[in-house]
Design a protein around this ligand. Structure first.
Ligand code: PBG
Length: 323
């Protein structure tokens, strides 16, 4: 084995897995206002930005050759149904319009969910059913459709629903088609686990559930690979164009299983906030080499079968891989 490992050129020649900036997707957090930059302490190097500052971020992303940006909105006012999600002047809608003016060729993906917009922090309409609070599935679908049409009309290129409601993709496809948005692809957060690795994100998006947790809709980390495949199958049957597995690193087996079961379906892995934050924190203590660890994680996700990588390292990694 060592004959092919001694010469750096030969090592590069026989390498099967490569990272390319065009496969990286950069998550961005938008809030209303002008010249607003609110650092996110749990995600060092990331901030909530107003639409004008998002434009500069998008320009940088395009210059680095990134594949896309993924927008999350943080509204000024939250209410029980998250009505800011479909406001024409909502943060995401404004950011899309600004980016489309300055960087028209950069694909914009929008995260579609209620949790960033609802005061209770759950991913849908909260109702008391049989004496216990729960997210009403079908009422949530109606809200998600409104949000998707609003994003589409603002100019989004891909819609990424992340709420894990049943029948979500069918409802969105029908709603978008009915609004004349037949061309708009859906990237489904199809296989999304109820993960503790989302901790830092919830500070970033101010979306921590005020009571309870997301186990009533997101997958149990202990669930079988078969259940992951079934989630993916349902979404494909309902009209999803791309699939996602989330989180990434602790679920490499799931990425591989979904990728192998549905070859030819574009697959994304979300290298989530906790995966980023723990490496950055360890690096700050001098315990890990951030760059090396980040690249190793991204290579692992790629090797497992994800072609698109959503990562908070997108900008840095683009620089690292082109060196
Ligand atoms: C919204 C959403 C979440 C993430 C992406 N979209 C949070 C959650 O489900 O609680 C997490 C992303 C990350 O941790 O980086 N539903």
């Amino acid at each position: 084995m060592r004959r092919l490992r001694q010469h750096p050129g030969i090592r590069a020649l026989v390498t099967e897995t490569r990272l390319h900036p065009a496969n990286f997707i950069l998550p961005l957090f938008v809030r209303n206002g002008k010249n607003v930059r609110k650092e996110i302490s749990s995600l060092p190097g990331h901030a909530q930005l107003s639409p004008d500052l998002i434009a500069a971020e998008a320009e940088e992303a395009a210059q680095l050759g990134l594949g896309a940006v993924l927008l999350f909105g943080i509204p000024d006012k939250k209410d029980a149904v998250g009505s800011a999600a479909w406001a024409e002047d909502g943060p995401v809608q404004q950011a899309i319009r600004v980016i489309k003016k300055t960087t028209p060729d950069l694909p914009i993906i929008t995260d579609l969910c209620c949790c960033e917009y609802a005061d209770h922090g759950h991913c849908g309409v909260l109702e008391q059913e049989c004496g216990r609070w729960d997210v009403n599935n079908d009422k949530t679908l109606e809200l998600l459709v409104r949000q998707s049409v609003s994003h589409a009309q603002a100019g989004a290129d891909i819609i990424a629903p992340s709420g894990m409601m049943d029948g979500m993709i069918r409802a969105l496809r029908a709603g978008l088609d009915g609004a004349g948005q037949t061309h708009l692809p859906i990237m489904s957060y199809a296989v999304k686990f109820a993960s503790a690795f989302y901790g830092p994100f919830r500070e970033a998006a101010e979306s921590t559930p005020q009571a309870g947790n997301r186990r009533g809709y997101q997958m149990d980390p202990a669930s079988s690979l078969g259940q992951a495949v079934r989630e993916a199958q349902l979404d494909l049957d309902e009209g999803a164009d791309m699939l996602m597995v989330k989180p990434g690193l602790p679920y490499l087996d799931v990425i591989r299983e979904v990728g192998r079961t549905f070859p030819g379906v574009p697959l994304a892995a979300y290298n989530v906030s906790g995966e980023y934050a723990m490496a950055v924190a360890a690096a700050r203590n001098g315990w890990l080499d951030e760059r090396a660890v980040a690249l190793e994680m991204l290579i692992a996700l790629r090797r497992a079968g994800a072609s698109m990588l959503i990562t908070y390292w997108a900008k840095q990694a683009a620089g690292w891989v082109s060196e």
